[in-house]
Design a binder for this molecule. Structure first.
Ligand code: ADP
Ligand code: MG
Length: 729
């Protein structure tokens, strides 16, 4: 049985790096060559069509039929010139990946000959069968149709021979069935609300975009070893495996030099990313062995999300070429670091100002503080729904681990800003401020340094940290579509900014001047949000106790966490702002419960199968050989000698036998619990049953298996061990 494991290891020992050829050594020479970006539009479209598309992009509008036809003609010419034969509407259904159905350009012409055709109609809209995508009950089985519609703000691109058109995906009755449609709504809400607030400070601001740079962590595993681990293939994580004697204790992998084979993979996927206009910039080894990170330069959120989804696709594809598999799972190996996707997020104006960057004078700094405090207040008030947005089955193994942010959402600011906010809270009173008081406050604010010292030595344990000119939402899982967290964050902040505008205007109406009104509202928000600010070690036990005292909740249960999408506050933020309808939000939550249940179910099945038909037979084989050995000793030695010699072996036989019995018993119990859970009506209750009655078995069963791994003869152990998965490449 161990044959597969050893032949895999032999294969890995003989691997050579796969050489990479890039179109040019100079990235800027081919960057974006497979993207229909503005310069290409200018070249391929009529002047009029180009103007229309540009306006549509800027204003977030869609094109009419005639305009679309004009664009389609130019687009087709470009795509066919690049060797494209097919086109697809590329969208983000509520699964973990992206979806595409390819159609050829070919059609029969008048004379029966085949011609290439691509009309405006198929560019802007398509009707894929939606019946097999998760909808959480929105889509009736008799109305299987869904619509995809072009998202003009994200450029069209070519992968292989297929022209990919980024689209939103909605049901026949208009409800969103994807992540992009609500994301676009949340971003446009944020734009509106932030522009309104910017007007207090700068009348020239007429557009605010949210920006996102996501640091993507991942593991690389050799393909041969991957195939020798059915758990990796089916559940994307190891369901068993004893910790390697050495893994990350010495921190010698972090920022370590990158081996040639891995470097070739990185260069290759970076090259493919550049062709698609994805600005990947940073690469390094991460803390765990065989773990890495890459990060692009930040972009507008919608584009950054598309690029991250695309990047994950590219990485998976390119990895195959290099005989690797890339793992985006949040916790593929127990006992060592998992992978996250740190979402660096900020807001920028059309006037070129980063709203979360300290400015140079009291006015710009008051604007900075205004946005900073509003984000803090939003995170405080929408604490639960923010957690819900990052919580899912796979990330639950990571959040609250000893190296990852806990399931308590708090904010790290750094001492300088903490003191600044305390100062405001102390100095601002309800009474009318004297000119001297105002000057003093403003002077203090004017002095905020552009580079905040304690943010260079930042707190790495915080799930939501201010890092000098942006927030870093670190609780997001590595396999996630960033839309889920970005929808909620941008919705919460836009909701908050709208409230801020109302609060300030109310005080202005009462006769106070603008700055004073702003100060008063900020003070109120600071006091109301104090509980969410935490500068200490988020991994510590003390913080868990302290957080409870502060009324910050720590929900480790995935279904319970997801259920907080439906609290009063979440509904106000997500439905009140028009980002979701009641039905859309409820159906999304249904989808999440179902996903959770199915994933635990798959893991339980994989573990059960492997335990029964890989591990137990191996353990029995080894046990039998021990029994034979003991029998042999009995034949050869007299009774006294035998007792002395056979003692240790007999103990081993008993230990192995006990583990086997426990594994068998626990697997049976787990199957029984699944059976019971499966007949429960209602997705929430079923998910809860899976969480509390099935999931705990996964840990229990693996403990026995991992103990066996330490005892059983290495020569017959069937699955590649942690030391092999993590150190062989
Ligand atoms: P770290 O030191 O946190 O690992 P990295 O350089 O790996 O930093 O990643 C930081 C990310 O933050 C990059 O993607 C970067 O482009 C992004 N970033 C920088 N400024 C902003 C901003 N204003 N808005 C959004 N993201 C930003
Ligand atoms: Mg980084």
């Amino acid at each position: 049985m161990a044959e597969l494991r050893f032949s895999a290891l032999r294969e890995v020992f003989n691997r050579e790096p796969v050489e990479v050829t890039t179109p040019s050594k100079i990235v800027s020479e081919y960057y974006g060559e497979n993207v229909f970006d503005l310069p290409k539009m200018e070249h391929y479209l009529s002047k009029e069509a180009y103007k229309v598309v540009k306006r549509a992009i800027n204003e977030g509008k869609s094109l009419n039929r005639q305009e679309a036809d004009q664009v389609a003609t130019g687009l087709k010419a470009w795509a066919i010139g690049k060797g494209a034969t097919h086109y697809t509407h590329w969208f983000h259904p509520l699964t973990d990946g992206t979806a595409e159905k390819h159609d050829g350009f070919i059609e029969f012409g008048d004379n029966g000959r085949v011609v290439e055709n691509f009309s405006g109609e198929v560019l802007v809209q398509s009707e894929p069968d939606a019946s097999s995508f998760p909808s959480g009950g929105i889509r009736n089985t008799f109305e299987a149709r869904g619509y995809t519609a072009w998202d003009v703000s994200s450029p069209v691109f070519i992968v292989g021979t297929t022209l990919c058109i980024p689209t939103i995906f909605v049901s026949y009755t208009g409800e969103a069935l994807d992540y992009k449609a609500p994301l676009l709504k949340a971003l446009s809400e944020l734009d509106r609300a932030a522009v309104d607030v910017c007007q207090y400070f700068d009348k020239d601001v007429n557009k605010v975009i949210a920006t996102l740079g996501c640091e993507q962590e991942y593991f690389l595993i050799d393909e041969a070893l991957y195939y020798a681990r059915p758990d990796l293939v089916l559940a994307e994580k190891t369901m068993m495996g004893h910790q390697s004697s050495k893994d990350q204790q010495l921190s010698d992998h972090y920022f370590g030099s990158i081996t040639e084979r891995v470097m070739c993979f990185m260069e290759d996927f970076e090259c493919e990313s550049y062709k698609l206009g994805i600005p990947v910039k940073t690469r390094h080894n991460e803390v765990a062995p065989n773990q890495f990170e890459c990060a692009p330069i930040f972009e507008e959120v919608n584009l950054a999300v598309d690029h991250n989804q695309l990047l994950m696709d590219i990485m998976k594809r390119v990895a195959r070429k290099h005989k690797f598999r890339v793992l985006f799972h949040e916790k593929p190996f127990a006992g060592i670091n998992g992978s996250g996707k740190h979402n660096n997020w900020s807001m920028a104006t059309n006037t070129g100002v980063n709203l979360l960057s300290p400015g140079k004078n009291p006015k710009t700094n008051l604007q900075f503080l205004t946005f900073l405090v509003n984000v803090i207040k939003a995170v405080n008030d929408s604490n639960e729904v923010l957690r819900a947005s990052v919580m899912n089955e796979s990330n639950s193994y990571r959040l609250g681990g000893h190296e990852a942010p806990p399931a308590i959402i708090s904010i790290f600011l750094g001492t300088y800003l903490i003191n600044m906010l305390e100062n405001i809270a102390r100095k601002v009173t309800d009474k009318k401020m004297t000119p001297a008081q105002k000057t003093e406050l403003k002077l203090g604010i004017g002095k905020i340094p552009e580079i905040l010292l304690d943010n260079t030595d930042r707190n790495r344990t915080s799930p939501f940290a201010f890092t000098g000119n942006r927030f870093e939402f670190r609780a997001v899982g590595s396999s996630a579509n960033c839309s889920t967290s970005m929808i909620v964050l941008n919705a919460a902040v836009s909701y908050q900014l709208t409230q801020f505008k109302k609060d300030v205007d109310l005080i202005i109406k009462k006769g106070r001047n603008k700055d004073e009104a702003i100060f008063q509202v900020l003070k109120k928000y600071i006091l109301e949000s104090e509980r969410v600010l935490f500068e200490g070690d988020n991994y510590s036990k003390e913080w868990h106790q302290e957080a409870r005292k502060r009324g910050l909740c720590n929900i480790a249960s995935v279904p319970e966490s997801i259920s907080r999408y439906l609290t009063k506050q979440s509904r106000e933020v997500l439905i009140g702002t028009g980002i979701f309808t009641e039905k859309e939000l409820e159906s999304r939550v249904e989808v999440e419960y179902e996903k959770f249940t199915k994933k635990v179910q798959i893991e339980a099945r994989v573990l059960g199968d492997l335990a029964i038909n890989h591990i137990i037979p191996t353990a029995i084989t080894y046990m039998t050989s021990l029994i034979e050995n003991v029998k042999g000793l009995k034949e050869v030695f007299n009774d006294i000698e035998f007792e002395r010699l056979a003692g240790a072996r007999k103990e081993m036989i008993v230990t192995i036998s006990d583990h086997i019995s426990m594994i068998k018993k626990l697997v049976n119990e787990m199957i029984e619990e699944r059976r019971k859970a499966n007949v429960i009506e209602g997705t929430y209750k079923k998910a809860l049953a899976y969480e509390s009655n099935v999931k705990p078995y996964l840990e229990e069963i693996r403990t026995h298996i991992d103990k066996l791994e330490l005892i059983v003869d290495n020569e017959i152990w069937p699955l590649p061990k942690y030391r092999e998965l993590l150190f062989t490449r």
